[in-house]
Design a protein around this ligand. Structure first.
Ligand code: BG6
Length: 481
């Protein structure tokens, strides 16, 4: 892999995301040669750290993720890190930051290339973007901006942020991270659909009865009550991760694998996304909040959560497109905190076409994303004795050795930023459509709240409220997981 010269500036350099994900990912990219001699990283944040202290933190982060590593390598890697204490609202600090970036650019021959990484509280993204433009922090080579989620809290706020960003970055320079797009089995959706004639030929509205996407989490909101209470499952998980998965499942075949063609196919699909009205939200969506047990808090008793909160920690709903291979096919989703287990799973349920065998078990294709990486076909076969049918699962599984080789999603996505591949990032037009959908649901819920309706309370560590089975568009649909 080529050594790509760059000065990277990380806003939020003392934060948890940088420590857990970004520094270890950069170390692996360094070991593989993608960044080597000609790079420098500036970590910026409020805390008064020194360069040495940051380097120690980087080394700790690498050890925590990978255990023992080659210490000479690690020391050489960490020597490329610099720290600049920074108040994001103070103009002077951007001037100092610019100077440091220029100095490091010369020292490491970075050819004016810059990657700006926003890895801090989203309320500062807009301010930082404006200062980058006003103080002309961009370099004379390539300039790329990486933005973490959430990108806005509604279409309106997302539009404001986008405008602020567009002051110094064009759309093709913006890399909006959705870490689900870095996951192995999410990246496997298009190859599964499009490289197998057997699957490609049934991927249409005549053969597929419905699709079910489940992103279940075992944990509650933990220390993030403050953030979560202003967000909820719909904004936290559906607006981004669930919609990106659904888009990959329902988009038409792109003209090629080029990132521009992939995004064009996604946009064509999303133009036909049906935005739900109040009646559709009432019929097709269920929201819930986890209750407590003797040993665990109910959501409304969690730290930093309003005891009267109507924020949902669970949502089940349905999505439909008018165009594309699955036009009119119901796509159901659900996600929640404190569910039975941590599991991300996609079920594609086929129509019953068994003919002379009468009613049979449904054929389905299951993509297990987390914690296992697996694709599984459920089919009917003959019982050994007697004339009946039995169900069989045919699985394509990763061996433990293969599973161990799967890179972390962040490493993949950061690599893609370096090589300027935007395939697995969210483009503005996609994001805009997702927000239109989410805003419509949130508005309908707001009206429900005003008329005294609340999210349902569900027992923790199960599959959410039993009422989630009421969202089905067809009487024979049911959750298969
Ligand atoms: C994040 C959400 O985007 O995704 C969290 O903000 C959630 O609330 C997390 O826990 C889930 O990610 P993963 O990769 O653990 O499924």
């Amino acid at each position: 892999m080529n050594n790509i010269p760059t000065v990277m500036i990380i806003f939020g350099g003392s934060g948890d995301l940088a420590h857990r994900k970004i520094y270890p990912a950069l170390f692996n990219l360094y070991r593989s040669g993608l960044i080597h001699d000609n790079f420098a990283v500036i970590g910026t944040a409020r805390r008064p750290w020194s360069h040495e202290y940051l380097r120690g933190q980087v080394a700790d982060a690498v050890h925590e993720t990978y255990g023992e590593v080659d210490e000479t390598d690690l020391e050489a890697f960490a020597s490329h890190f610099y720290y600049q204490s920074h108040d994001v609202t103070n103009v002077e600090h951007y001037v100092t930051l610019k100077k440091l970036a220029q100095e490091l650019d010369e020292r490491y021959s970075c050819q004016g290339n810059r990657i700006f990484y926003m890895a801090m509280a989203p309320s500062f993204f807009g301010t930082i973007a404006e200062h980058i433009a006003d103080q002309k922090l961009t370099g004379s080579g390539f300039n790329r901006l990486v933005v973490e989620k959430p990108f806005g809290t509604s279409l309106e706020t997302a539009e404001v942020l986008n405008k602020q960003i567009n002051g110094s970055f064009d759309e093709e320079q913006v890399f909006r991270i959705d870490h689900y797009l870095g996951k192995e089995m999410v990246q496997n959706i298009l190859p599964l659909r499009l490289s197998n004639p057997m699957i490609k030929s049934i991927w249409n509205k005549d053969c597929i009865k419905n699709i079910q996407v489940t992103l279940a989490e075992r944990l509650g909101v933990e220390a993030r009550g403050g953030y979560y209470d202003a967000s909820g499952a719909m904004r936290d998980m559906v607006q981004n991760h669930i919609f990106q998965i659904i888009t990959l499942l329902a988009m038409p075949e792109p003209a090629s694998l080029a990132d521009t063609d992939i995004h064009a196919a996604k946009e064509a699909l999303l133009d036909s996304l049906e935005i739900p009205d109040e009646a559709e939200v009432a019929a097709g969506f269920v929201r819930g909040q986890y209750g407590g047990t003797e040993t665990t808090f109910a959501y409304t008793s969690e730290p930093n959560v309003d005891p009267e909160s109507k924020t949902e920690t669970f949502v089940a709903g349905r999505v439909k497109f008018d165009q594309g291979p699955l036009a009119g096919v119901p796509i159901y989703f659900r996600t929640g905190k404190e569910m039975k287990e941590k599991r991300t799973r996609i079920d594609i349920v086929l129509k019953d076409m068994a003919g002379i065998y009468g009613e049979t078990g449904e054929n389905s294709i299951t993509i297990e994303v987390d914690p296992a990486s697996e694709i599984c076909l459920t089919i009917n076969g003959k019982t050994i004795q007697g004339g009946g049918l039995r169900r069989e699962r045919l699985a394509y599984k990763f061996s433990p050795e293969e599973q161990a080789q799967v890179p972390d999603g962040y490493e993949r996505l950061i690599h893609d930023v370096f090589v300027n591949d935007s395939t697995n990032f969210t483009k503005w037009k996609e994001l805009k459509r997702y927000w239109e959908f989410v805003d419509a649901v949130e508005d309908a819920w707001q009206k429900q709240n005003e008329s005294g309706q609340k999210p349902l309370t569900y027992a923790p560590y199960k599959m959410g409220p039993a009422e989630s089975k009421q969202i089905f568009a067809n009487p024979t649909d049911h959750w298969i997981y």
